[in-house]
Design a protein around this ligand. Structure first.
Ligand SMILES: [Cu+2]
Length: 184
């Protein structure tokens, strides 16, 4: 299995944590080198215990945009259209039946690789910060949301039109788990 991981025949996401823990016990550091840190659900899902943020000023009549997750690292929509300067409320529901953690981040046009690289570069520290890098390209993000949980994100759409993106910044997800946030 280690060889399959190393050569990319199977991905980290396909190895359940209980399997990873067993392999780690047997193989030790040679396993760590290939797999990296085992991400425990509990470390991230603590965010769900935080109180829900009160609605900020100016969002009373804001448009609600509901976004869900399909299996196979996909949002349930590929394109969201908004007006420049509009206020929107993203209601992000992680209804991915695979049980993985996901977030919804809004990023500037053309910055996808920059943001994904920055999220991966956070390493173990990323767990504490929900893999949300603090860089200007990332405009807003929900935390990592556990399966079955919902997070409301209040977002003031930029005044500058363009094809922004919405992505999941969890390492390994954002290359495919992304869509266009078109600001007109
Ligand atoms: Cu994800």
């Amino acid at each position: 299995m280690l060889e399959a991981l190393r050569t990319g025949k199977i991905s980290k996401a396909e190895v359940p944590n209980y399997t990873a823990r067993s392999l780690q016990k047997i193989l030790g550091t040679s396993f760590d080198k290939v797999y990296g840190k085992i991400v425990e659900m509990g470390e991230l899902s603590k965010i769900d215990q935080n109180p829900v943020k009160a609605r900020p000023d100016g969002f009373a009549d804001a448009r609600r945009i509901e976004v869900g997750v399909l299996p196979g690292l996909k949002f349930n929509t590929a394109r969201i259209v908004a007006q420049a300067g509009e206020k929107v409320i993203f209601v992000f529901l992680n209804d991915d039946s695979s049980g993985m953690m996901h977030n919804l981040a809004i990023i500037t046009p053309g910055s996808r690789q920059t943001v994904l690289d920055a999220a991966v570069a956070m390493g173990a520290e990323g767990l504490k910060k929900n893999f949300i890098p603090e860089i200007p390209e990332l405009l807003a993000s929900t935390p990592q949301v556990a399966q079955g949980m919902k997070y409301t994100l209040y977002f003031a759409v930029p005044d500058e039109p363009g094809d922004y993106h919405f992505i999941c910044t969890y390492p390994g997800h954002g290359l495919i788990m992304q869509g266009i946030f078109a600001v007109q």
